[in-house]
Ligand binder design. Structure first.
Ligand code: ZN
Length: 169
């Protein structure tokens, strides 16, 4: 685990596309850090976490760039929406990297994983936009958006992330 206050930040190529001679690239900017939870908190499966627990925090955003005719890379757009990135990368004529699907999955599931407004049961409804502030979960009783729940990153996912980033986290 990284020492508190340090961060690994890498920009990973997800896919490229030749658009009639314009070379378009999609990237994920991946940031991993260690944070200490300062108060009593709950996981998205409503397990209590004791104050002072250290966890991995993951933050991902997408970048779309293009190589201009002079060979310079220009950033066209930033994306905070993994579902849009998935639609672009999977539906287009992009040449994706072997781990592109893995990164998209991490982005969809663990981006800002200490700041989840939803419990695990509400995740699907959240993705579909079918939930409102305070809506109670029929399974665990949690009210949507009433707390910041923590989604812990499984050890297997952390290991995959270490391999993609080429760094110990
Ligand atoms: Zn629930």
């Amino acid at each position: 685990m990284l020492p508190l206050g340090t961060e690994i930040r890498k920009t990973v190529l997800l896919g490229t596309e030749d658009r009639a001679g314009l070379f378009v690239e999609w990237w994920a900017e991946v940031k991993v850090s260690t944070i200490e939870l300062d108060g009593p908190r709950y996981t998205t499966s409503m397990e209590p976490i004791i104050p002072g627990t250290k966890i991995h925090r993951l933050a991902i955003k997408g970048l779309e760039s293009v190589i201009d005719h002079n060979g310079n890379r220009l950033v066209l757009a930033e994306s905070e929406h993994p579902s849009k990135a998935r639609a672009t990368l999977m539906a287009g004529a992009f040449n994706c990297e072997p781990f592109t699907g893995v990164i998209l999955n991490m982005w969809e599931n663990w981006n800002l994983n200490d700041l989840n407004a939803w419990c695990d049961h509400q995740f699907g409804a959240t993705q579909r936009g079918e939930i409102a502030l305070g809506d109670r979960c029929p399974e665990c009783g949690y009210g949507y958006g009433l707390d910041w729940l923590v989604r812990l990153i499984p050890a297997r996912t952390l290991k995959e992330l270490e391999e993609i980033l080429g760094a110990t986290i």
